[in-house]
Design a protein around this ligand. Structure first.
Ligand SMILES: [Zn+2]
Length: 403
């Protein structure tokens, strides 16, 4: 099937809304994206296990220091009055069940990993489906000028204002028709560096025309971006700091993979402090992800703690990913699940429960800060391995009979 969306964009609808007038694209891939639970994504060997260990480590710091109540409770406090916490093991992956989750894609490395796994699958499926059917995807970046004096909130509000201007009014309606825009996915990325908070947008624009359309489209969008950003009180954005690239199925997924890996906590605890010189050079020359800020804060760098708190406050309630109306339908993706719902998903099902840890046992396990090690004992040694580990660490529990 060849996508004939230019005619459709002209005659039926743009990405601003309305019900889809044509059958959705997609098939096996979108089903894959919708059905794979992030918790079911297998850990890819030691590297993945190591990252998970670091995510747990940094969460211990967050439990004690975060300014966000939900993050302080995430993965630590029971979700209901039932005191015991389940340990489940399914397809070689272990997890706890019955705990609260915060659902913060910005401030919780554990919830972030789950949410990003799902979003990554969906974005990958969207690009692949669209390009497979003859459509094109442009990868655009929109940035603003900022300095150390600008607060995170001020920069973020400026970006939001710019994007509202880009995607509203007659200019946008005209762009969609003229350049064959089927829809877009807008993703926020924030880093921190010498010039303060760097809030910027990566936008995947789903197009039906050739790539020349994307270049002209980007120029037109930038004009409105500039006006929106100026209206919010920020300086004139630099044209050279914006970007537009065409994505093929292969390069597109590559781009996405790079973005998604930057957006996740990589686990650098213990590494930064051992080489302060390289850290100084890095801070002076480049920007850091917010997860690196968290890693430094957890490592005890006092000024990073203040920065992290500003991040927690300024990112709260902000959306990371936004799909234009109708695009998911068009691509055959199911209704988007919220970050909260994805983060609350647990490994396997009740039937995969191998042990129940009592309230006292759980408090002891949390105090020992050995959650990761506990899960690993189950992944590597099954129920018997877990039972041995719990015994050795004095964690009160009862085993569940398994088939
Ligand atoms: Zn969380």
């Amino acid at each position: 099937m060849v996508v004939d969306a230019r005619a459709r964009s002209r005659g039926v609808r743009g990405c601003g809304g309305g019900s889809p007038a044509v059958a959705p694209l997609g098939g096996a891939l979108d089903n894959h994206a919708n059905n794979v639970s992030p918790s079911a994504v297998p850990a890819a060997g030691e590297v993945a296990a190591d990252k998970r260990k670091h995510r747990f480590s940094v969460r211990y710091w967050l439990w004690r220091h975060t300014s966000l109540k939900r993050v302080a409770f995430c993965g630590r406090v029971a979700a209901s009055a039932v005191a015991s916490v389940g340990v489940r093991c399914s397809d070689g992956r272990a997890g706890f069940a019955g705990l609260q989750s915060c659902g913060s894609v910005w401030a919780c490395p554990v919830c972030n990993a789950k949410i990003m796994a799902r979003r990554g699958l969906e974005l990958g499926a969207a690009v692949e489906t669209w390009t497979k059917h003859g459509g094109r995807v442009a990868f655009m970046t929109f940035t603003v000028r900022h300095s150390r004096k600008d607060s995170l909130t001020a920069v973020w509000d400026g970006v939001a204002s710019g994007w509202r201007r880009v995607t509203s009014g007659k200019g946008w309606t005209s762009d969609q028709l003229r350049h064959g825009v089927e829809g877009f996915v807008r993703v926020v990325e924030v880093t921190h560096g010498r010039n303060g908070w760097h809030v910027h947008l990566h936008v995947l624009v789903f197009l039906v025309g050739d790539f020349g359309d994307a270049l002209a489209l980007h120029r037109s969008m930038f004009g409105r971006w500039e006006r929106g950003v100026l209206a919010a009180g920020l300086g004139t954005p630099l044209a050279r700091a914006q970007d537009v690239q065409q994505m093929s199925a292969a390069t597109g997924l590559d781009h996405l993979a790079r973005y998604l890996s930057k957006a996740q906590f990589q686990g650098k605890i213990g590494h930064e402090l051992t080489n302060s010189q390289s850290k100084t050079a890095r801070s002076a020359l480049s920007t850091r992800s917010t997860w690196e800020v968290l890693g430094d804060a957890a490592n005890g760098l006092a000024k990073e703690v203040g920065l992290w708190f500003e991040w927690e406050k300024g990112s709260r309630g902000r959306r990371q990913i936004g799909w234009s109306a109708g695009l998911r339908d068009r691509l055959g993706l199911m209704v988007e699940e919220s970050d909260d719902v994805i983060a609350a998903e647990e490994v396997g099902s009740v039937a995969d429960t191998v042990a129940l840890i009592t309230g006292d046992g759980w408090r002891r396990l949390v105090g020992q800060q050995k959650l990761y090690e506990c899960l690993r004992s189950c992944e590597l040694g099954g129920q018997a391995g877990l039972a041995r580990w719990l015994q050795e660490h004095g964690i009160e529990h009862e085993l569940v009979e398994v088939d």
